[in-house]
Design a protein around this ligand. Sequence first.
Ligand code: ZN
Length: 306
Amino acid sequence: MFDYPKLVVIEEQGLRDGLQNETKLVSTEKKLEIIDALVDAGVKRIQIASFVNPETIPQMADAERLCAGLKKHDDVVHSVLVLNPKGIQRAAGAGVPHVTASISASNTHSQRNAGMPLNEARRQLSEMIVIGKKSGLTIRGGIQCVFGCRYEGKIDSNTVMDMLKEQLDQGVDEIELADTTGMADPRAVQEICGSARSLAADKPVYLHLHDTEGKGLANALAALQVGITHFDSAFGGMGGCPFVLGASGNIATEDLVFMLEQMGIETGINASKIAAVSRSLEDFFKRRFSGKMHHLLNRNDIEIIR
Ligand code: ZN
């Protein structure tokens, strides 16, 4: 039998990863309403935006305004994604307490997503960590395309571990391993997450999964079995990197929460309330999202036996 954790921490990514690909703009006010709904659903970690070039990702152009409108909750961490030193400077200026500073493990993806080769991205990440620490931010170091890249195929796990060690040595507070392309499989997840857990010692290792190839929850389960207790997910299964060929959504928060609940693992999150957020956004965007449980939870015409 596996030794499953009692508690899992989930960082909700829907407002950033979920919305970044959408051309229909969501107003700052509506984003703040979504944040309220997520807090009401029990979410304690929310990635609310990215500080990136607004011309490249117009949906994130209101990041400063969004930060200014946030309500303070002692037990809720609002975080943002930054990809370069300018981004982390903007985040610090906006008063964000927590950032994910992320670079890709794939040279080609780094060129397309961040406009720089891997060695330069690694140099800039060190610079970001220095700026973040000076500004008193909590920093989650992130690595994208850990389990594969559509342009380069499999990524050498030695590169990933070397990057991870570098970030830990530079003093990041947490780590995020991202399966940006959804190419991970349960065995690769166990091998890489197992090594990452040993390297990170007592620092949290978040796993960011996409369901592109339908292995999202299988990969989450595999990670739980090697001691991963921190995950990223997005309401409705929204999301995907605009610079990744064939990318699709994150694992859906309500699907992950529902599965964990069935396994007796607590998250503190009400899956039905997340499902309601997803359905309201399906109405807004006028299309169905790829998650499962938001179509099943709290409907009047069927009853879900848990
Ligand atoms: Zn993602």
